[in-house]
Design a protein. Structure first.
Length: 301
């Protein structure tokens, strides 16, 4: 009997590639959701591996809130140009202009929730029937409830109590008219797995993930980077800090972490000893205990 010694990362890679290939086999118009963060970058890398040497058989979609880090947009544009990818961008500002989304007001205003509207509009406009996302089950308790193939009804809504069994790696992609699926190839990965895989595969990532100097304010224990979209509250002032970002979202809600981690080795060592969860610095997740689940039911990633 032949025995095989497959490493943990190789098993995860093989599982994700299998899921991605199943999407290409079962759906007519899939799309890969791309945020410019480490998870979506890793998922894109896996998708390219899944079909190499052929080109990626589906486009990538970025929902641009208008409050992104400039470094993220620059990285996205350079990467899509380098890899010759078919990039589609949905703009939250367009949803606001047409009246389908309403801008929040006040110092703590965020566009995070508005992304759901723009995403659903893009899926409907381009008739996508499956959207691959980079969410992982270890990130947040609502995301831990997701299947690899996560059904969405004709309104783009998710019902965590009505999900299909996935026994023996068999995925049921059958759907009704107007319905679609969210696909999560990285479901079983952890933050540590992602970083070790990025180092192993030598995957390029935005400089935001490495230690750098940035002016920040401390708002309720969250370090928010200086930007034109932030309204300072009484007593708040920007201070120069040595920080990096563990997760990348909007500048108005993504907190920085004090860190001197300047290399991938440093980041892996830091993650191994971290006491706060990866999304612990996200202001949008603190709005309520069920904040993420509420957004996902509305159509969020």
């Amino acid at each position: 009997m032949i025995s095989y010694n497959i490493s943990h990362l190789e098993e995860l890679e093989a599982e994700s590639i299998y899921v991605i290939r199943e999407v290409a086999a079962q759906f007519e118009r899939p799309v890969l959701l791309f945020s410019g963060g480490k998870d979506s970058i890793t998922m894109l890398h896996l998708a390219r591996k899944a079909f190499y040497p052929a080109a990626l058989p589906f486009p990538i979609l970025h929902v641009d809130t208008g409050h992104n880090f400039p470094e993220t947009i620059q990285f996205r544009d350079e990467l899509t140009e380098k890899l010759k990818l078919n990039l589609i961008v949905g703009y939250v500002q367009d949803s606001i202009n047409t009246g389908t989304a309403t801008e929040e007001k006040g110092a703590d205003a965020s566009r995070i929730r508005l992304q759901s509207v723009t995403l659903l509009e893009a899926l409907e406009k381009y008739k996508f029937d499956a959207a691959l996302g980079g969410a992982r089950r270890d990130e947040e308790k609502a995301r831990a409830k997701e299947r690899f193939f996560s059904h969405r009804d004709e309104f783009g809504q998710w019902d965590p109590k009505n999900q299909r069994p996935e026994l023996w790696n068999l995925f049921n992609g059958k759907k009704g008219v107007g319905e679609h699926f969210r696909i999560f190839p990285l479901s079983n990965w952890t933050e540590m797995d992602i970083w070790q895989y990025i180092m192993l595969e030598k995957i390029d990532i935005p400089p935001l993930y490495f230690s750098h100097q940035r002016r920040c304010i401390d708002r309720d224990g969250i370090l928010l980077a200086e930007c034109e979209h932030l309204t300072l509250k009484e007593g708040e002032t920007y201070e120069e800090r040595t920080v990096r970002f563990r997760t990348i979202g909007d500048m108005t809600s993504t907190g920085a972490a004090l860190s001197d981690a300047a290399t991938l080795e440093d980041i892996i060592e830091e993650v191994a000893s971290a006491r706060m969860t990866e999304r612990g610095g996200r202001a949008d997740d603190r709005r309520s205990e069920a904040s993420m689940e509420e957004r996902k039911k509305e159509g969020y990633f």
